[in-house]
Design a protein around this ligand. Structure first.
Ligand code: NZQ
Ligand code: ZN
Length: 371
C-alpha cells in the first residue's frame, strides 16, 4: 500500500507466467491505472479481458473463462473494484473446472482448485482484495449469490487511484465498510473486548473521515484511511471469536438482483430497518455502540437505542444516499418476491437465525415509509 506501488507489480508475479488481466468498463483508462499496470508488466506475456460489470454476471464471466482456457493463462490480475476482483475469483476457479462455473455458486462449496490471482484495487468497499468471498449475479434470472474461493496472493493499494471515484461510489464504499463492520459487531456484548474495540475503531474512523472526504476527495491521507478501513472491515480481523449477523447483506443482495441498486446503497436502506425491527435482541450492543461511536451517554434505554439507530440512518443520508424504499420507487411487489425467494430457500439469517422470510418482510416493510 502506498503512492506509486503499482510499479512493484513485476516483483509479485513470476516472470514465466502467462497473465490474464481483467478490467471493468474503462475507468482505469481515464485515471492512469491502466498505463501504470501495462508499464509494470511490459515484459510479460499478457491477455486482456474487458467488461466485467458492476455486480459481475456469470454471462460475462463465462466468456472470460473461455478466453483464459484458450490462451492457457496461469495467473490472473484483477484491476478494479470489488466486482472485477469477485468476477476474477470465479474465473480463477472456473479455469480449472470442467462444468459450467455457475455450478460453483449453486453448490455453495468452496472452490478448491484455483489459478493464482493478484489484484490492483481501485475502489475501497468490499474487502475482496483480502478475503476469499465473491458475489456473482445471473442477469437472466435476476439472481445474486455469494461463494467462497481463493484469497488473492497479493493486493496492491494506491490511495491516489481513488481520487477519480464518482461520489456515489465513495458513498456506497463508506456504507459497505460501515455495514461489514457492524454485521460482525452488532450482536451481543461481552464476547471480545478486542474485537469490539477494533470494530469501533473502524466505525469511529469512518464517521470522522466521511464528511471530510465529501469536501475533498483528493486528500491522500483521508483516502488512505478509507482504503485501509475497508480492507480491515472484511478480512477476518474483526470477526475472530464473535458471532456474526449478515442478514442485511442477504436482503440487500436481493434488492440489487431485482432492481440493480448499488450494493452499498441497498445496505443504507436495509440496515437501519434491521436495527428498528431487531432493537430488543441487539439492544445491549446498540447501547454500547451509541455510547462509543456516537457519544450517546444519557437517556432511558429506549431513548438511547432510538438515538443510536437515528444517528446511523442520518449518517448514511449525510453521504447523499436515500434510506427508504419509497425513495427508490420500490414497493410491495418486490417485498413479496423477496419473501418468496427466502421461503424457497428456508432462509434463517442473522446471529440468532431468526431473519426468516417473514422477518425479512417485516424489515422491508419498515423501510417502505418515508424518512
Ligand atoms: O467498471 P469501471 O469502469 O472500472 O467503473 C467502476 C464501476 O462502474 C467504478 N470505479 C471503480 N474504481 C474506480 C471507478 N471509477 C472511477 N475511478 C475509480 N478508481 O465504480 C463502479 C462500481 O464498481 P464495483 O466494483 O461494482 O464496486 P464495488 O467495489 O462496490 O463492488 C461491488 C460488488 O462487490 C460485491 C457486491 O455484492 C457487488 O457485486 N461484494 C463483494 C464482497 C466480497 N467479495 O467480499 C463483499 C461485499 O459485501 C459485496 O457483496
Ligand atoms: Zn458488503
Amino acid at each position: 500500500m502506498g503512492k506509486g506501488v503499482i510499479a512493484n507489480l513485476n516483483k509479485e508475479i513470476p516472470a514465466d507466467k502467462r497473465v490474464m488481466i481483467t478490467f471493468g468498463g474503462g475507468s482505469v483508462k481515464n485515471n492512469g491505472v491502466y498505463d501504470q499496470v501495462k508499464e509494470a508488466l511490459k515484459d510479460y506475456d499478457t491477455v486482456e479481458f474487458w467488461g466485467i460489470e458492476p455486480n459481475p454476471s456469470i454471462e460475462t464471466l463465462r466468456k472470460a473463462i473461455e478466453l483464459g482456457k484458450e490462451k492457457k493463462v496461469d495467473f490472473l490480475l484483477a484491476v478494479g473494484g470489488g466486482s472485477v476482483i469477485d468476477g476474477t475469483k470465479l474465473i480463477s476457479a472456473g479455469l480449472l473446472y470442467d462444468g459450467d462455473a455457475w455450478d460453483l455458486l449453486l453448490t455453495h462449496q468452496s472452490a478448491i482448485d484455483t489459478v493464482p490471482l493478484g489484484t490492483v484495487l481501485t475502489l475501497p468497499a468490499t474487502g475482496s482484495e483480502m478475503n476469499n468471498g465473491a458475489v456473482i449475479s445471473r442477469h437472466e434470472t435476476k439472481e445474486k449469490y455469494a461463494f467462497f474461493s481463493n484469497f488473492p496472493v497479493f493486493s496492491i493499494l494506491d490511495p491516489e487511484v481513488t481520487f477519480t471515484l464518482p461520489p456515489h461510489q465513495v458513498a456506497c464504499g463508506l456504507v459497505d465498510t460501515f455495514v461489514h463492520t457492524v454485521e460482525q459487531y452488532m450482536t451481543t456484548p461481552g464476547q471480545s473486548r478486542l474485537m469490539d474495540r477494533w470494530a469501533e475503531g473502524i466505525l469511529q474512523t469512518l464517521v470522522e473521515i466521511a464528511p471530510k472526504i465529501r469536501e475533498n476527495q483528493n486528500d491522500y491521507q483521508l483516502m488512505a484511511d478509507f482504503m485501509l478501513s475497508a480492507t480491515m472491515a472484511l478480512n477476518g480481523f474483526t470477526s475472530m471469536g464473535v458471532s456474526q449477523d449478515w442478514a442485511t447483506h442477504m436482503i440487500g443482495h436481493e434488492l440489487t438482483a431485482l432492481h440493480g441498486l448499488s450494493h452499498g446503497h441497498t445496505l443504507a436502506i436495509v440496515y437501519p430497518a434491521t436495527l428498528r425491527i431487531l432493537r430488543e435482541a441487539k439492544g445491549d450492543k446498540l447501547i454500547q455502540y451509541g455510547e462509543r461511536v456516537w457519544n450517546i451517554t444519557s437517556g432511558t434505554r429506549d431513548e438511547r437505542i432510538d438515538a443510536a439507530i437515528a444517528h446511523t440512518e442520518e449518517f448514511f443520508r449525510s453521504l447523499g444516499l436515500t434510506t427508504r424504499l419509497c425513495e427508490e420507487k420500490i414497493g410491495l411487489e418486490t417485498i413479496d418476491e423477496i419473501e418468496r425467494r427466502f421461503n424457497a430457500r428456508n432462509a434463517a439469517y442473522g446471529e440468532n437465525a431468526n431473519v426468516t422470510a417473514a422477518m425479512a418482510k417485516t424489515i422491508l416493510n419498515s423501510c417502505l415509509k418515508e424518512f
